[in-house]
Write a protein that binds this ligand. Structure first.
Ligand SMILES: Nc1nc2c(c(=O)[nH]1)N[C@H]1C(S)=C(S)[C@@H](COP(=O)(O)O)O[C@H]1N2
Ligand SMILES: [Mo]
Length: 246
């Protein structure tokens, strides 16, 4: 993970530089304190980003997990796939990768799986607890091999809202977070159409709109400019925060 390693290297570099300056300036207690404060702040920020979201017990699963936003994509291609129970669905992993992938649902299910019971929080003011299953996104990205220029992962969806394609994006810290998965099952059954069949992102440290449904393509990019309205997501292009941490 270039991101984290880069930050840690920068941090060590900063500490070494700090120590040299302290050594040069004699009793530099104040400077050392400042470096320590900075170190602590960076460390706190990093642990916050990489901490696990709370996981719940099976008894806490919501009896119904409502659908929000698109609950039935109305494109012809999607409806044909739906009629065939998504037997022909393919997930592309491409962009700034060494080995572009096209994966069937069976191939995704054959990878090691993660199952997690988490709470979904929508900005519109509702929450639901559900159990999600699927391969970790990190595994797909390692299979494809990210190129060093990759900075963001973009999720292209099969639906449109008010005429524009739904899409989302996250940085590499969230992309490699252990609870970031490409889910094909909700509560032990194939994903219902209203919840994003046949594949949706779960990015558990962020709000509901980041959890892209109807996933067709995962693209590694260096910049979010030029995709949609350029702000990194359908709702971001309409004024929502790009980083929607919870
Ligand atoms: N493709 C797509 N993904 C989407 C949306 C959407 O309209 N289209 N809505 C988002 C919003 S605002 C929320 S709260 C969740 C809702 O997920 P659910 O339908 O499983 O409750 O999906 C998110 N992902
Ligand atoms: Mo939402």
């Amino acid at each position: 993970m270039i991101g984290r390693r880069g930050i840690v290297a920068g941090l060590l570099g900063g500490l070494v530089a700090g120590c040299t300056k302290v050594a040069q300036s004699g009793p530099g207690g104040r400077l050392l304190d400042a470096v320590e404060d900075w170190n602590r702040a960076v460390h706190r920020a990093l642990t916050k980003r990489t901490a696990l979201a709370r996981e719940f017990a099976p008894a806490e699963i919501s009896p119904t997990f409502r659908g929000n936003g698109t609950i039935q994509p109305d494109g012809f291609d999607y409806m044909m796939q739906q009629a065939a129970e998504f037997a022909g669905w393919r997930l592309a992993v491409d962009g700034l990768v060494e080995r572009p992938l096209t994966l069937t649902l069976d191939q995704l299910k054959a990878l090691p799986q993660r199952t997690q019971i988490t709470r979904h929080d929508c900005v519109e003011g509702w929450s639901a607890i559900g159990q999600w299953t699927g391969p970790q996104l990190s595994r797909l990205l390692r299979l494809a091999g990210l190129r060093p220029e990759a900075r963001y992962i973009v999720f292209h969806c099969a639906d449109r809202l008010s005429g524009s394609p739904y899409y989302e994006s996250i940085d590499l810290i969230d992309a490699f977070h252990p609870q970031t998965i490409v889910a094909h099952a909700l509560n032990g059954a194939p994903l219902p159409v209203k919840n994003g069949a046949p594949l949706r992102l779960r990015v558990e440290r962020q709000l509901g709109y980041k959890h892209a449904k109807y996933l067709q393509r995962i693209e590694a990019v260096a910049s979010l400019r030029g995709i949609g309205g350029g702000k990194g997501g359908y709702w971001e292009d309409r004024g929502y925060q790009w980083y929607a941490g919870i």
